[in-house]
Write a protein that binds this ligand. Structure first.
Ligand SMILES: [Zn+2]
Length: 76
């Protein structure tokens, strides 16, 4: 009887431990996705010279630093 209780206790602890790891992994992944989305928001692609650049200004039109042409943010 004591042996059975011990097995249940170990199983319970294992489930709790794995759940915590799983939750931490999920929240970590979510934060990473959020960061990637934030980066994508400021990522610009020039259609004239195919240059990819980062502009932190939240403007609908950005100027390419390489060729100087204006680019409109494409909605994805
Ligand atoms: Zn350009």
């Amino acid at each position: 009887m004591i042996n059975l209780d011990f097995t249940f206790a170990v199983a319970g602890y294992s489930v709790i431990f794995l759940s915590i790891i799983f939750i931490l992994w999920l929240t970590g992944k979510k934060l990473k996705d959020k960061d990637l989305l934030l980066d994508d928001k400021f990522l610009w692609y020039c259609w004239v010279c195919t240059y990819t650049y980062i502009s932190t200004k939240e403007e609908p039109i950005s100027r390419c630093p390489r060729c100087g042409s204006y680019n409109k943010k494409t909605l994805t």
